[in-house]
Design a protein around this ligand. Structure first.
Ligand SMILES: NC(=O)c1ccc[n+]([C@@H]2O[C@H](COP(=O)([O-])OP(=O)(O)OC[C@H]3O[C@@H](n4cnc5c(N)ncnc54)[C@H](OP(=O)(O)O)[C@@H]3O)[C@@H](O)[C@H]2O)c1
Length: 293
């Protein structure tokens, strides 16, 4: 996979909303004090689903964007639309995040363009439904690579700059499956449990350095995820499917409010509360049933 960066003709940004509205007034000032004059948001997995919607909602807020994924045409089409609709500055980066060296090169390219990332949306990921023993080990490890290793590397890379500036916001996209082991989603659920635990720890670790870390735990949603994961939408799951827009809105709100984690949607909130209130064996069985029928 080739890496490619494309930048649009520049339009001056005038709206610079901070990403820490309910933290403290000092933090609010810091969050908007990007010397480049723009507040940049980097979104991984921006070519579809939640990532595409994050791009739309941050563009509406007037942020400049870096869109990252492998499918260049989809990124370029989205970038063109956002420039036209919002006058947003958008940089497109075609990167296969499974390649850890490519993450370092992405960071270098942005640095060379003097783009400072204020908000990192660590969203790229994929799942795979199927019995653990029947899944080829390469497919399981590809999931571990993207959902765990790449997410960790992207966070570690961009947090260095945020620490130096003593400001920044990071959203990690986990899943409702992070709350329990789930039959036929063994590796994916375990990978998302890692993301949730990482996010919780970093939320504590980095808050005194002016960096907000929030983990978003969506339930089943209408994106490209189910197709990639070869996942069947069971009758139990169907009425719970959320559209990307409210999920993303909840994620941005939680990040701006400086929350540790967020579960979007009433039914998903109920399921998360159910896992706290019931024995593990019970909620594991119910979630496995919901996901597999
Ligand atoms: N939808 C759900 O039901 C659901 C529920 C809970 C959590 N999530 C999580 O939400 C996140 C976003 O998924 P989605 O639901 O929006 O699914 P999606 O529509 O399939 O989007 C996944 C995105 O990740 C990108 N991606 C995949 N592999 C990549 C790679 N190697 N390098 C760079 N980018 C890569 C894809 O772009 P390219 O293919 O162009 O590279 C795509 O933009 C994932 O972390 C997923 O686990 C989804």
């Amino acid at each position: 996979m080739t890496e490619q960066s494309s930048r649009l003709p520049t339009r001056t940004q005038t709206r610079l909303p901070g990403d820490s509205t309910r933290i403290s007034s000092t933090r609010q000032d810091d969050a908007t004090a990007n010397p480049s004059g723009k507040s940049w948001v980097l979104i991984t997995g921006a070519s579809s689903g939640f990532g595409e919607e994050f791009a739309r909602q941050y563009a509406e807020q007037g942020h400049a964007l870096v869109l990252v994924a492998r499918r260049l045409e989809r990124l370029q089409a989205l970038a063109d639309t956002l420039r036209r609709q919002h006058g947003t500055q958008v940089v497109v980066e075609q990167v296969d995040l499974s390649d850890l060296a490519a993450i370092a090169r992405l960071h270098e390219r942005l640095r060379a363009q003097k783009i400072e990332i204020d908000v990192l949306i660590n969203n790229a990921g994929h799942g795979l439904q199927g019995s653990f023993a029947d899944t080829p080990v390469d497919a399981a490890l590809a999931m571990v690579q993207l959902d765990i290793a790449s997410l960790t590397a992207v966070t570690h890379t961009f947090v260095q700059d945020m620490r130096q500036r003593r400001r920044g916001s990071i959203l990690l996209v986990a899943s409702l499956l992070a709350y329990q082991g789930v039959r036929k989603f063994a590796v994916y659920a375990a990978a998302k449990a890692y993301v949730l635990r990482l996010g919780e720890a970093l939320h504590q670790e980095l808050k005194d350095e002016g960096i907000t870390v929030t983990t978003l735990c969506p339930g089943a949603s209408d994106t490209g995820f189910a197709t990639t994961a070869q996942m069947k939408i069971t009758p139990m799951l169907k009425p719970m499917l959320m559209q990307p827009a409210p999920v993303v809105k909840a994620g941005i709100r939680a990040l701006q409010a400086g929350r540790m984690s967020a579960v979007p949607g009433f039914a998903n909130k109920f399921l998360a509360a159910f896992t706290w209130a019931t024995p593990r064996r019970l909620h594991q069985a119910i979630m496995s049933r919901a996901m597999n029928g």
